[in-house]
Design a protein around this ligand. Structure first.
Ligand code: PXP
Length: 251
């Protein structure tokens, strides 16, 4: 049938969300006004970014509230505010109204987000925040480990999406550990569960130019959120080109 033969063409490309936290890390290192994350975000969009992610951490180590306000004002792609469920941060999200929020656990001493949300033990608190954000028309994604139960709870909490933690996949891939296949199977199975439950399946953490192709073989993710590898690559080729190169990997 004619319609059927068109199906492969209708397969959507994976969206690329570019995390710009570490542009602000460089700025904060010297307490300067540059490099400006908003300007870099605009360059990322020119390079093909489908969305921009910024994490307003409680300790404000990189992104500041004013960055989010400027991003909201100037971006023509969806802004994804990565955030903890601390009431002070939730209040900022309620005021800002980004298109998306991604709820993550946050520890003061960690270098970067270390694990997925503990949706099992913190379901009441997380559920309350999901409700607050959604009542403002903000879409909510929950950053969870690639685990069937966590995805199921995300659905029960009325999230719109899950972002599956790919940090362990990235680590195993880097050291060429055979366990990477088992981890990919966990990711695939969790993403499929999300799809079946009508949740968007995103992925993020540790994704780079070497491992991204293998990752997207296992599932047609809605969006990948990638930060560090793009910022690092941009030191050699510029931000626009670094985003273009990652985008090209997404097919
Ligand atoms: N997704 C989430 C939820 C994160 O916490 C981070 C790190 O800030 C990323 C994606 C991006 O990870 P990376 O910087 O390793 O690409």
């Amino acid at each position: 049938m004619r319609g059927r033969s068109l199906l492969p063409l209708l397969r959507l490309r994976v969206r690329l969300g570019v995390n710009i936290d570490h542009v602000a890390t460089v700025r904060q290192a010297r307490g300067e006004k540059f490099p400006d994350p908003v300007q870099v975000a605009q360059t990322a969009v020119q390079g093909g970014a489908d969305g921009i992610t910024a994490h307003l951490r409680e300790d404000r180590r990189h992104i500041q509230e004013s960055d989010l306000e400027e991003l909201k004002k100037h971006l023509r792609v969806p802004l994804n505010m990565e955030m903890s469920i601390d009431p002070s941060i939730v209040a900022i999200a309620q005021k800002l109204v980004p298109a998306w929020t991604c709820l993550v656990p946050e520890k003061r001493k960690e270098l970067t987000t270390e694990g997925g949300l503990d949706v099992q033990h913190e379901s009441d608190k997380i559920g309350r925040v999901v409700k607050i954000l959604k009542s403002r028309g903000i879409k909510v994604s929950l950053f969870v480990d690639p685990d069937f139960q966590a995805v199921k709870i995300a659905k029960e909490l009325n999230a719109d999406a899950v972002e599956l933690h790919t940090g362990e996949f990235a680590r195993l891939f880097r050291v060429k550990d055979k366990g990477v296949e088992t981890e990919l199977e966990r990711i695939r199975s969790a993403a499929e569960t999300a799809g079946r439950l009508n949740l968007l399946a995103n992925a993020g953490h540790g994704i780079d130019y070497d491992n991204v192709s293998r990752l997207i073989q296992v599932y047609p993710f809605h969006e990948l959120n990638i930060g560090f590898s793009i910022v690092a690559r941009s030191l050699f080729v510029g931000f626009n080109q670094a985003v273009k190169e990652m985008k090209a990997k997404l097919g």
